[in-house]
Design a protein around this ligand. Structure first.
Ligand code: PEP
Ligand code: MG
Length: 592
């Protein structure tokens, strides 16, 4: 009988193959002390192993840069910086000198201590740091003990589904999609460094499967679906048929992509629908264009800084923003200012340990409190406006003072640029993300201060329903079709219409065909979705009629539960779109 294990999709795509379990971990370290006269030798041994690790990491970085580009290569920077971290280096030397421990034992003790300290702050960015720490620990310990590198993976010719407790960036950079049909891990998050690499390598991945390593057997067949975050072990006939169907759909879709990209994004009854892309990295711009994006509705700039030990300077940011702006010469580009905090934190910002990071120091709150960080970014965005139709987008806005304070900073930074004779376009707009119930309920007031709205349903749903967006256990309660969410969406759309400003949507809901139908029915005709989803969304848009969508939205607004809302929409879609065809890819249910 097949077994379904659900986690979180980290990389798009689906894969099928036998399981290969990756057992890697820190080697056993014997407890060993040394005589006083050998202490200096142990200290030297430790420093030599650090030097060797630095060289190895620089090699891996160069390899990653060659294969993937400079942004991905920087994923190795945190580990290179960790090698010089006083807490790690001096802490280890102290153990050698004061306790006369052998170098590997002293290093192991220190790493254990740091691991325990950092684990207490269990947010996703710290988890990434732990993952980097683990990678570093294994590399240095195996060197000190004279063991072979356990992160060198031996793969056969046929593609496998790699299963591991967790994975490291140095391991991922050695993989390729010909040999690895998918990666499934107990831990990890979508923003884990290795997951970002896997996305660039086009290897489907599912993270956060909790105990998958204890549930699989070597060689067992598995299907992995990176879009819906699911692994099916021992798939039965039906599962395999769904997989084959989905795979051939994807292949056909690839051919259709080219055709669809050139087609108009318009409903059956003639309503144009703006389709833009959500980008995490500037390198995705070309893919987004090939998939038919007419602009960028959300550029998540925080991926320029997560995992970084030092703040990226104005020139580097300007280069990245300019690259995206130039790629979309004919379309608008909405650059979101750093949405840090919650589950994304760079190493250079010392984040306070918080009980509830998602209700804490996050997004615009961090930026307004860190003027140097914010102003550097604002200047870089302004400068990039000289190269395209670039606009500023502010995350997690709750009230108008946050917009006014940002506008004041922008004016000052404009003055700085003018004085320096640096080019920028003063016609840029300042838009806001509507992500909290407060912002949605107060949308009419906020519309007086913002030039456009972009609704972030990923957060809006979690804050409206008090359901953590990343908690697998609550996934069925996380429903964008909950009547409260639908009413808030209508309210925001209405406020934008009255104020005559654009309202678009950049949350995942826009890429779910039932969600697309609802949004069109509510009058939201500007959508931004992850670029791989663009062709399907366009296909759905072209099959819908705006009139039918409006009618179904009216029925959805009168419904009293998420499932009733969902039913009203599915009935409204009728046969215009074959929803069953989406079911392998989408969790087409009122929840999740
Ligand atoms: C959202 O909250 O819907 C959104 C698009 O922002 P992010 O997913 O980056 O929080
Ligand atoms: Mg958000």
């Amino acid at each position: 009988m097949s077994v379904v294990v659900d986690g979180f999709g980290a990389t798009e795509g689906i894969g099928f193959g036998p399981v290969q379990v990756l057992h890697w971990g820190a080697p056993e370290v014997p407890h060993q002390t040394v005589s006083t006269e050998l202490v200096d030798r142990e200290v030297e041994r430790f420093h030599a192993a650090r030097e060797w690790s630095r060289q190895r990491l620089n090699e891996l970085k160069a390899h990653a840069e060659e294969r993937l580009g400079p942004v991905e290569a920087r994923i190795f920077d945190p580990q290179i910086v960790m090698l010089d971290d006083v807490e790690i280096a001096e802490g280890t030397v102290r153990y050698i000198r004061e306790n006369r421990l052998s170098a590997p034992r002293a290093f192991q003790w220190r790493m254990l201590e740091l691991h325990t300290m950092w684990t207490r702050r269990a947010n996703a960015m710290v988890l990434d740091k732990l993952n980097d720490l683990e990678d570093l620990k294994i590399r240095l310990l195996t060197r000190l003990l004279g063991l072979p590198d356990p992160t060198a993976v031996v793969l056969g010719a046929d593609p496998v589904i790699l299963v591991a407790a967790n994975i490291t960036p140095s391991l991922t950079v050695q993989l390729d999609s010909e040999q690895v049909a998918g990666i499934a891990t107990d831990g990890g998050t979508r923003t884990s460094h290795w997951a970002i690499l896997a996305r660039s390598l086009s290897i489907p991945a599912v993270v956060g499967l909790r105990d998958i390593t204890t549930r699989v057997r070597e060689g067992q067949l598995a299907i992995l679906d990176g879009r819906i975050g699911r692994v099916v072990l021992d798939p039965n006939e039906h599962d395999r048929a769904v997989f084959e169907e989905r795979r051939s759909q994807l292949l056909e879709m690839e051919e259709e992509i080219v055709v669809l990209a050139g087609q108009e994004s318009v409903t059956r009854d003639g309503q144009p629908v703006v389709l833009r892309a959500n980008l995490d990295l500037p390198e995705e711009a070309d893919d987004a264009k090939d998939h038919g994006a007419e602009g960028v509705g959300l550029y998540r700039t925080e991926f320029l800084v997560v995992g970084r030990a030092v703040m990226p300077g104005e020139e580097e940011q300007y280069g990245a923003y300019r690259e995206v702006a130039e790629a979309f010469a004919d379309g608008s580009v909405y650059i979101r200012t750093f949405d840090l905090g919650g589950d994304k934190f760079p190493m250079f910002l010392h984040m306070p340990a918080e009980e509830n990071p998602f209700l804490g120091w996050r997004a615009i709150r961090v930026c307004l409190d860190e003027p140097q960080l914010f102003r550097t970014q604002l200047r870089a965005i302004l400068r990039s406006s000289a190269h395209g139709d670039v606009h500023v987008l502010l995350p997690l806005i709750n009230d108008s003072t946050e917009i006014q304070r940002t506008r004041a900073m922008l004016r000052e930074e404009e003055d700085t640029l003018k004085k320096a004779g640096t080019a920028y376009d003063s016609a840029y707009k300042v838009g806001i993300m509507i992500e909290t119930p407060a912002a949605a309920l107060d949308a009419a007031e906020l519309a007086k201060h913002a030039d456009y709205f972009s609704i972030g349903t990923n957060d809006l749903v979690q804050y409206t329903l008090a359901v953590d967006r990343a908690n697998a256990r609550l996934a069925s309660m996380y429903s964008p079709f909950h009547p409260a969410v639908v009413h808030l969406l209508r309210q925001v759309a209405g406020a934008a219409r009255s104020a005559d400003i654009e309202v678009s949507i950049c949350g995942e809901l826009a890429a779910n065909p039932v969600g697309t139908f609802l949004l069109l029915g509510l009058g939201i005709t500007s959508l931004s979705v992850a670029w791989p989803a663009l062709p399907e969304v366009k296909h759905a848009v072209r099959s819908f009629s705006l009139e039918e969508a409006r009618h179904a939205a009216r029925r959805a607004l009168a419904a009293s539960s998420a499932s009733e809302v969902f039913r009203a929409l599915v009935d409204g879609i009728g046969n215009s779109v074959d929803l069953a065809a989406f079911s392998g890819r989408w969790n087409l249910s009122p929840g999740g």
